[in-house]
Design a binder for this molecule. Structure first.
Ligand SMILES: N[C@@H](CCC(=O)N[C@@H](CS)C(=O)NCC(=O)O)C(=O)O
Length: 202
């Protein structure tokens, strides 16, 4: 399998944490890929018309995106029902938690692009404030979730979300606002799968 990859992407990190947790990381060839919301990457476009990473090319030549789909594919490859509970309340809880973490990331990424990719004279503070509000409300909701127990896609996504906050928004202060989440994350960031996928120094 080949994965369109960049170590700074939290969605790519989700996929790689899942791969490590399932013992599949060694079967994935990483293709380092630069992306930009405003520039065309023709090579990537041939695989993912949305020109986003992660995108996975499977051994039989199928291209899968986005991160929830790739993560579920990997779970299936290793027999299924491991990080994606197969049915019932456990499944819906894990999927909701994944959607919450992904949604926080989507808001944070929009803030990041506003700050890092848009020319200074075209920036709109109201936009960044609005997205940051979503991210903060999402974090408050994450604090109320039960993330203990078996490591599901919900917990993995939450871990990668908090890792991205530390990476790109180190002064956010989320630990002060959410001590329960901070305590939970202390254990999670020490996991081998999280250590193996740490973003580069920013
Ligand atoms: N929903 C997608 C989001 C992927 C995404 O936004 N990836 C970013 C990198 S962190 C990207 O490729 N951005 C390029 C762009 O927005 O054009 C997923 O879960 O995989």
């Amino acid at each position: 399998m080949k994965l369109r990859h960049n170590p700074a992407s939290p969605y790519v990190r989700k996929v790689m944490v899942v791969a490590h947790e399932l013992g599949l990381a060694g079967r994935i060839e990483l293709l380092n890929t630069a992306v930009s919301p405003v520039e065309v990457n023709a090579t990537l476009a041939a695989e993912n018309p949305l020109m986003k990473i992660p995108a996975l090319v499977t051994d039989d030549g199928q291209v899968l995106f986005d991160s929830p789909v790739i993560c579920e594919y990997l779970d299936n490859l290793s027999g299924g029902g491991k990080v994606f509970p197969s049915a019932g309340k456990a499944r819906w809880t894990a999927l909701r938690q994944q959607a919450l973490g992904d949604g926080i990331l989507d808001a944070l990424i929009l803030c990041r692009y506003e700050i890092a990719a848009r020319p200074e004279d075209k920036r709109f503070a109201g936009w960044t404030d609005g997205q940051m509000k979503k991210a903060h409300q999402g974090l408050a909701a994450l604090e109320r979730e039960d993330l203990s127990g078996p490591r599901t896609i919900g917990a993995i996504t939450a871990g990668c979300t908090l890792g991205y906050l530390d990476f790109r928004f180190p002064n956010d202060g989320w630990r002060q606002r959410h001590p329960k989440l901070a305590e939970w994350y202390r254990g999670v960031e020490a996991l081998p799968s999280m250590q193996a996928t740490k973003p580069p120094a920013s």
